[in-house]
Design a protein around this ligand. Structure first.
Ligand code: ATP
Ligand code: MG
Length: 397
């Protein structure tokens, strides 16, 4: 049997990037031969094994044939006669379809090296259309490899796939997984832009797609378009190194603007809850992301306007965030707020003095000895007594 390193590891090494996960393809072997060498089988669908010592992935060279719509409708064919070239042909992009032999030589039948030099993601073969997940993979690769672009013919193919209804068959978990990875990349806006360009965004996240073309007040938003603003905000969250929860909150904070009145969008914070819920349900967004996004959608206007709020309003908002038990909630909403403020042309390095005010208010309110209050007023509406004491502490501060 012959063993080659393949996929992202080959690509990343050629780009001079650190290589974390390594994948290998094994040519001329059988399942039994692999088991006899101590490799551990993983999964039932594909002939993939883990190396007994390194735990790297080794897959038998295989071909795939589409049998039904969606990600799972494949018949896999792996036997010792499948060549390396055939295996590479089934891969998504040419830069992901190169192999490195044990002697260091490169096997590049589909022009990956030239595309890598030209910084282009190009589909390997027309079979690209057989797996709609490739659209999302391409989109998230663009967010990570910020100097790459998509080949025109690949974008065209993606458009045709969307038109044919292919993305509608994707399972939510896989969509979310790719979206989450793209959000955690350097420029998440590049993922969203290409998804929009090919029509996939309107299918998988219409709530976000609808923000494009929505006018905002140019006094606060030089970029005017609410969709463009959203792109700038997620990129600012990424620039700040924010967590996935914060990046998702940044992405969704203005969903209400698709249904509120332009250009001022009064009340968009309340209106944003319904589209956020439908988005989270469709994509099965994890609860931590959904919860921070809900709070951000609902309260970001008040967070910005802290200087106009009374001590009572501030304490009530902190209670709504559950910030006394979970101070990280406040930090999350503030991080999204900072990205919101900076996600406007010319404001990329603005400060967010509101954060200082909110941390200060939380500190003052937390200085109240809740246990002491509870003891003093035992039995009599303790929650309200604590609230009143906190308001007093914030207004005195
Ligand atoms: P990353 O750096 O994010 O891991 P990767 O390119 O290594 O990127 P993997 O998911 O680790 O992505 O997959 C390894 C390789 O398997 C890819 O480089 C590609 O050749 C192939 N591959 C993975 N998923 C698909 C797919 N859906 N369609 C076609 N080829 C795929
Ligand atoms: Mg990989």
């Amino acid at each position: 049997m012959d063993i080659y390193q393949v996929g992202g590891a080959v690509r990343d090494a050629m780009l001079g990037l650190p290589v974390t996960d390594r994948d290998y393809v094994v040519v001329g072997a059988t399942v039994d031969a692999m088991l006899a060498q101590g490799f551990q089988p993983v999964g039932r669908d594909f002939p993939v094994f883990l190396h007994p010592q390194t735990h790297d992935e080794y897959a038998l060279a295989r071909t795939e044939r589409k049998t039904a719509p969606g990600y799972t409708g494949f018949v896999v064919h792996a036997d010792p006669s499948v060549s390396l070239e055939q295996d590479l042909l089934r891969r998504d992009f040419t830069v992901n379809a190169m192999a490195r032999a044990a002697d260091g030589s490169l096997v590049d039948p589909w022009g990956g090296q030239a595309d890598l030099q030209a910084r282009v993601f190009r589909h390997v073969s027309p079979a690209f259309t057989e797996d709609p997940l490739r659209i999302l993979r391409g989109a998230r690769f663009l967010a990570r490899f910020t100097d790459f672009r998509l080949a025109d013919e690949t974008l065209q193919l993606m458009r045709e796939m969307v038109q044919a209804g292919e993305v509608d068959h994707l399972v939510p978990e896989r969509v979310w997984q790719e979206i989450a990875r793209g959000l955690m990349a350097e420029r998440p806006s590049r993922m969203l832009s290409v998804l929009r360009d090919c029509g996939a965004l309107a299918r998988i996240a219409p709530e976000i797609d609808r923000l494009f073309g929505v006018r905002q007040n140019p006094c606060h938003h030089p970029e005017i378009d609410a969709g463009w603003h959203t792109l700038l905000v997620v990129d600012q969250a990424a620039r700040a190194g924010a967590s996935l929860e914060v990046r998702f909150a940044a992405l969704t904070h203005d969903l209400g603007k698709a249904v509120s009145e332009p250009p001022d969008h009064t009340g968009h914070e309340l209106l944003g809850d319904a589209p956020l819920r439908s988005l989270c349900e469709r994509l099965k967004v994890p609860a931590v992301c959904r919860d921070l996004a809900r709070l951000t959608v609902r309260w970001h206007g008040e967070m910005h306007a802290v200087s106009r709020l009374s001590a009572e309003d501030k304490v009530r908002l902190l209670e709504n965030l559950d910030a006394f038990r979970r101070p990280e909630r406040l930090e999350g909403v503030l991080a999204a707020g900072l990205a919101d403020v900076r996600g406007r042309p010319g404001h990329e390095t603005d400060a967010y003095p509101q954060a200082v005010c909110w941390r200060n208010a939380l500190r003052l309110a937390m200085s109240v000895d809740a246990g002491g209050v509870a003891k003093r007023f035992s039995g009599q509406d303790i929650a309200n007594r604590i609230h009143v004491a906190r308001v007093a502490a914030v207004s005195a501060g």
